[in-house]
Design a protein around this ligand. Structure first.
Ligand code: IMP
Ligand code: MG
Length: 188
């Protein structure tokens, strides 16, 4: 009989608990609600990683807000610049006159935000302002400067999964942020 795999069994260490995540997302929601009071706000989440964070964040915001999605091409985890990051799915919404808050799961090297030119694109479409809200930030990995206006947690240089973040398409459904056992990533 097949062994039933549980995603939790592959986790070596929980880095951010579900309780801590939820508490921080509520705080971010309060900050954003205060900062954008009276302003038309549109959250733009980058698929797929930011979807889980977005779903909780939106419910922690208590001023009028809508959301939309973009998908950008991803690249390998090498240290080189990916060169080009393409939009695989553009916005459906009109951003003219709206305050755009880009929602990202994690800012690592910074290349995705930089090379997608998402900020420039939104401004070119007459967004009233563009800011970035990232759940996680790994500043020690940064290769290009990007402004992270709202940050959930600064973390060390470790590959993490859960709460939307994947490894090879798995573990997005974990309610916490964790580190995989080395043997799962073929390191042992
Ligand atoms: P950047 O372009 O290097 O800033 O990387 C951003 C993207 O890489 C994120 O949106 C994630 O999809 C992915 N990424 C970076 N670090 C991690 C990690 O620790 N776990 C899972 N995905 C990651
Ligand atoms: Mg991502």
């Amino acid at each position: 009989m097949a062994v039933v795999d549980k995603v939790h069994d592959d986790i070596a260490e929980v880095v951010i608990t579900e309780e801590l995540l939820q508490a921080r997302v509520r705080q971010l929601g309060k900050e954003i609600s205060r900062d954008y009071e009276g302003k038309p706000l549109l959250l733009v989440a980058i698929l797929k990683g930011a979807a889980v964070f977005l779903a909780d964040l939106i419910r922690a915001i208590d001023v009028p807000v809508d959301y939309d999605f973009v998908a950008v091409s991803s690249y390998g985890k090498g240290t080189q610049s990916p060169g080009v990051v393409e939009f695989k799915k553009d916005l459906d919404s009109d951003v003219a006159g709206r305050h755009v808050l880009i929602v990202e799961d994690i800012v690592d090297t910074g290349w995705t935000l930089r090379l997608s030119y998402i900020r420039e694109k939104m401004l070119a479409r007459d967004a009233a302002s563009v800011r970035v809200c990232a759940l996680l930030d790994k500043p020690s990995r940064r290769q290009v400067d990007v402004d992270v206006d709202y940050c959930g947690f600064v973390i060390e240089d470790r590959f993490v999964v859960g709460y939307g973040l994947d490894w090879a398409g798995d573990y997005r459904n974990l309610p916490y942020i964790g580190v995989l056992k080395p043997e799962v990533r073929g390191e042992a």
